[in-house]
Design a protein around this ligand. Structure first.
Ligand SMILES: [Zn+2]
Length: 246
């Protein structure tokens, strides 16, 4: 973490907001607006304590991995159901998989409720860091994972879930200075899996576009950066996945 990053993070911590930097294609813009969605904490959904403290890396993730939970496409859109979903996933991951904690950093229910996943994830995002999850084999130390409730091999994605997924990606791209065009990928891009389902996977180009548009709007509303904050967009993490299939 460079000094500039540290200063911005201190500023973010003081302001209590995550949004500070918005990257745009072909250059950079600086925005200052709070794009943090309502994320229900582990305490709110009743998480069990992790077996071991989370591993936190002092760097941001370079990719956002979109998953589906492969659980039934339930009709319930309630918050109570969403909290139960997180508890169920955590139980499965800890008891059946033997993991230290729930695998993903963020969970979105079919009703669009967003829950914190692995312990410390919210704070890490706010600090530009990465809590290492268990959501993509061989890629956990540089990616952040979003589990979207349901099975999207054939069925379409509910509107509430989609809206939240866009919002969460805007938040993550802002917090971690990611270009949605290259940062947002599907689980199957890295591992041999159906996840996140053909339907949701085919929607990823639209997700990247909607997130990019939201970031552009944000940057336009908040104006260009002050001169001393100007930085160049880097693409060192942004290798095109089709050149490097998982
Ligand atoms: Zn997955």
């Amino acid at each position: 973490m460079g000094e500039g990053t540290l200063r911005r993070n201190v500023l973010r911590a003081m302001l209590g907001v995550v949004a500070a930097d918005v990257m745009m294609a072909g250059g950079m813009m600086w925005a200052n607006a709070d794009v943090t969605p309502r994320v229900y904490t582990r305490k709110e959904w009743g998480a069990a304590p992790p077996r071991r403290p989370s591993r936190v890396l002092d760097r941001a993730p370079d990719h956002i991995i979109v998953h589906h939970t492969a659980s039934p496409n339930v009709p319930s859109l309630s918050r109570a159901h969403a909290f139960a979903l997180s508890r169920q996933i955590q139980h499965d991951h800890m008891q059946s998989q033997g993991w230290d904690d729930i695998g993903e950093q963020l969970t979105i229910s079919r009703g669009g409720h967003v829950m914190e996943g692995r312990a410390g994830s919210l704070q890490a995002i706010q600090q530009g860091r990465l809590v290492v999850g268990a959501q993509s084999l061989h890629h956990n130390d540089h990616t952040i994972g979003i589990e979207n409730e349901g099975t999207y091999l054939k069925e379409d994605v509910p509107g509430g879930l989609w809206e939240s997924l866009v919002g969460v990606c805007v938040w993550l791209c802002t917090a971690h200075q990611l270009d949605p065009a290259v940062a947002i990928i599907g689980h199957r891009d890295y591992n041999q899996t159906d996840c996140p389902g053909d339907v949701l996977y085919r929607r990823l180009p639209r997700l990247r576009e909607e997130v990019a548009r939201a970031l552009d709007d944000l940057a336009r509303r908040t104006g260009p950066p002050p001169p001393d904050e100007r930085r160049r967009m880097t693409s060192r993490h942004h290798r095109r996945l089709r050149d490097h299939p998982g």
